[in-house]
Design a protein around this ligand. Structure first.
Ligand SMILES: [Zn+2]
Length: 278
């Protein structure tokens, strides 16, 4: 919260031993705290940013949404022309898109086993690969596949957004293929201007970039397709001896692992190291 100096009123609460917010480190108010902005056509639009973004999504627009560990591109996952347009702008013809929706909505378009439900609802909130129920989603979400990757809303912003939406969203990571996610607002807006129609951003810095984790349940056991947000850098216990070890790779989906005293620390998914920025 260093970027948001307390206003006089917040400081008074923070420094008063009799106040319930005494030394509450995240103290902030609408005057001095982080704020959201909705940007369209190169300028900030006045109004309530989440409501404006929800209205744009209902109209079939593609909205870039800044989150906790990076930025997502979002659009209505039930409209074929909208999802196909996102594919065209991203030049990504085949790779399946991940979705976000509240659980009752997920049940409309996917089979949710008790194991899957537990994973979906866990605080780690991964993308879980589920069997798709045909006929609900736009075919362009996951062309040629009978499965779909789904996550539940996991930030306050997501929850507020879904209060105003009644359809699932495509929520695909707004990184250019194989590069780390975009983190600063100016870069988000300038580099995604040809892809997103509008932007819902906040002015907090993203300190650690982190993609959504992807998990598939096979034989009742969760298996990682991508071990990232929610799991890293939590260590895995493993006895590999006294010597510290560093493992790096592979080229297309790079992550690293550092072994030290019986614990392996895995990094998040980083990207394709053929690109200089990665
Ligand atoms: Zn304040």
């Amino acid at each position: 919260m260093r970027d948001f100096p307390m206003c006089e009123e917040c400081r008074r609460e923070y420094t008063d031993p009799l106040d319930r917010r005494y030394h509450a480190q995240t103290i902030a108010c609408p005057k001095c705290g982080p704020r959201l902005a909705y940007i369209e056509g190169g300028r900030e639009i006045e109004g309530e940013p989440i409501g404006l973004a929800a209205a744009a999504l209902r109209e079939g627009k593609i909205v870039a949404i800044k989150g906790i560990g990076g930025t997502h591109l979002a659009c209505d996952a039930t409209r074929e022309e909208v999802v196909a347009e996102l594919r065209r702008r991203l030049s990504r013809p085949g790779q399946p898109f991940a979705l976000m929706a509240p659980l009752p909505l997920v049940r409309e378009f996917a089979e949710v086993s008790p194991e899957a439900e537990e994973l979906l609802r866990s605080p780690r909130r991964p993308i879980v690969v589920l069997e798709e129920k045909p006929g609900y989603l736009a075919p362009a979400v996951a062309p040629g596949l009978h499965t779909v990757g789904v996550m539940l809303p996991y930030s306050g912003l997501h929850h507020l957004l879904f209060k105003q939406l009644h359809f699932p969203l495509v929520m695909t990571s707004a990184n250019f293929p194989g590069r780390p996610m975009l983190i600063e607002n100016e870069r988000v807006v300038s580099e995604l201007s040809g892809i997103a129609d509008a932007f819902l951003v906040h002015n907090r810095r993203i300190v650690a970039r982190c993609d959504d984790s992807v998990v598939r349940i096979s034989g009742g056991v969760p298996t990682f397709l991508r071990r990232s947000r929610g799991w890293v850098p939590e260590p895995i216990s493993l006895d590999l001896g006294e010597e510290p070890l560093l493992a790096l790779g592979a080229e297309l989906n790079v992550a690293f692992a550092l072994y030290h005293r019986g614990k392996v620390y895995l990094s998040q998914h980083i990207g394709n190291v053929a690109h200089l920025e990665t």
